[in-house]
Design a protein around this ligand. Sequence first.
Ligand code: NDP
Length: 296
Amino acid sequence: MTQVAFLGLGAIGWPMARRVADAGFELTVWNRTAARTRDFAAATKARAATSPADAVRGAEVVVTCLSTSKHVASLLDGADGLLAGLARGALFVDCTSGDPATSARIAERLAAQGVAYIDAPVSGGTSGAEQGTLTVMVGGDRAALDRARPVLASFGKKIVHCGGVGAGDAVKAMNNAMLAIHVWSTGECLAALSRMGVDPRVALDVVNASSGRSNTSENLFPQRVLTRAFPRTFRLALLDKDLGIAAAVAREQNVPSPILQLTAELFRMAHAELGEEADHVEAVRVIERLAGQEIA
Ligand code: NDP
């Protein structure tokens, strides 16, 4: 069975790695906070590695799922770093929602050591990871994707080749920009309707049978805002990071993008106000504060 290393056991990395373990791959895991590595190994048959180099030694496929591409790049060097452990012919799959330029630099450094690289960010949330129904968007060689496919299929249902290295990152960033726009616009619309005295449940019932509907109106607002539950599944800090990537891609492509740039600014503001641990949907709290109106 293919030997797999998985690095980054965060909110989504953990259930993804769990699916890899449950699919029967020979798995080694590593996480910066060692307690999570130990807890994961105790809960599965995976081996707990003591460093990135230790994790990838002997691995045929290496999967990373860290906060940012820069964090992945920071693990490459040093005696305990990835490059010290990776063998020629290995395949590196970065599931971080990364940025295309850093991914290209990582790919280049790995290529110099005979290691193939694909960016393979995911969508579908922590519940999609648990159920193995994530969408995986891939940048890099098709042949490398084909080699990675059995591992990706353990947590992904729809696996799509988007283009060369960085194309997966760019598609992911734009997807999340659309998510952010939905969250912010739905929040403003419902705050105004609530102020008018329209019950937001009634408003969402109408919207969800009409042309303004989205995953945000169908799921996020009913389950997280109207209930005031605001579960923490995807940090606002990470969505802020994704919007920065999306806004930069649009600028680099010389595409006028006022909505993208404004949404990036709004989420940067919400991140600064609500802190590192807030969930992305909690951005709605900023709209409520500005409006002096709760959506409830
Ligand atoms: P978390 O914040 O829960 O976890 C981040 C992970 O990155 C942890 O394992 C953390 O280690 C590790 N990490 C952070 N900085 C470093 C560093 N300097 N060196 C080594 N490891 C580091 O994030 P998620 O699991 O939610 O997200 C991971 C990626 O997946 C992100 O790019 C995110 O945008 C993306 N994503 C997340 C989704 C979600 O629903 N949560 C959905 C789709 C994509 P430690 O435990 O030590 O802090």
